[in-house]
Ligand binder design. Structure first.
Ligand code: ASP
Ligand code: MG
Length: 282
């Protein structure tokens, strides 16, 4: 069993989705779990949609943009005639609108935030799963909210490790013989089955949660940078490249602010001795 994680940049458009699909196809042999973020800057777009809603400004344009961005990718992937996908997308947009309409209710900002931003990962994973299935790469779509269980905190929920590990193991063991299992990074659910999120950029951590629960052979984070880097390549020109890092060094690196891997990712992997690879997407 291997776990792959693809971030927003790795699924930023149809070309990227095709590229990540062929990476997955090449690795189909070993049971494979694939964790995916929202496409490109979708989470930011959803935060913006919520901000407009809170300010009681017109959200029509932002909504149209969100839909057009995803339907453009769906069209380019030639899966725009898939009825099930179409139904799912429409339902997801409808749910989003319903959540946004409750912005001034007693449910609170953080609750609405999680119901809003989680939309990005639901859209991306369903689109990608549909594309893979249309291209003879059998894939099951797993709703991360069924397995990643958290406390009641919104926007920075803490994982209930016991329940989460049990749910991941049982769901993945049922699905893994039918092909790739694809699920969402960043999102989970609490005891009331309300959607929660693990904090911005939390999909790496989800990858580690799945890898740990499944005692995976390895976790591979596919990035738009060459190999593992010891600093943020956007800030430093002379970053060094590693293919595999000792945990301690990786933990220190993320601790000291290199924005390559989410800081919470390392610890659970280290505890189970699961190798972490950071591989270049290109
Ligand atoms: N989509 C979420 C974010 O942009 C989670 C992630 O990308 O890791 O924060
Ligand atoms: Mg993201």
């Amino acid at each position: 069993m291997k776990v792959f994680k693809f971030g927003g940049a790795s699924v930023k458009d149809a070309t990227a989705v095709k590229n990540m699909s062929s990476i997955n196809q090449k690795n189909q042999a070993s049971p494979l779990v694939v964790i995916v973020s929202a496409m490109a800057k979708t989470t930011n777009a959803l935060e913006n949609l919520l901000a407009l809603t809170m300010a009681e400004e017109d959200t029509t344009g932002a909504f149209i943009q969100l839909k057009a961005f995803h339907s453009g990718i769906v069209k380019e992937l030639a899966i725009d005639h898939d009825e099930e996908l179409d139904k799912f997308l429409n339902q997801t947009y409808e749910d989003l609108q319903n959540h946004l309409s409750k912005f001034s209710s007693s449910l609170g900002y953080d609750y609405i935030y999680d119901q809003t931003v989680s939309t990005g990962e639901l859209l991306s994973t369903k689109i990608i799963a549909t594309y893979l299935n249309h291209n003879q790469i059998p894939t099951s779509w797993l709703d991360a909210r069924k397995v990643v269980k958290t406390d009641m905190v919104h926007r920075a929920a803490r994982v209930d490790w016991g329940a989460t590990q049990n749910f991941i193991r049982s769901h993945v063991s049922q699905l893994k013989d039918q092909g790739i299992v694809i699920s969402q990074g960043f999102i989970g659910s609490n005891a009331k089955f309300d959607t929660t999120t693990l904090g911005r950029e939390g999909s790496d951590f989800t990858g580690a949660i799945f890898a740990t629960a499944l005692s995976a052979e390895s976790l591979t984070i596919w990035k738009d940078v060459p190999g593992e880097l010891n600093a943020d390549p956007k800030k430093f020109a002379d970053t060094k490249k590693y293919d595999q890092l000792p945990y301690k060094e990786a933990a220190e690196m993320t601790y000291y602010g290199a924005s390559v891997i989410h800081p919470k990712t390392i610890k659970p992997l280290a505890q189970k001795d699961i190798p972490l690879y950071v591989k270049s997407f290109e």
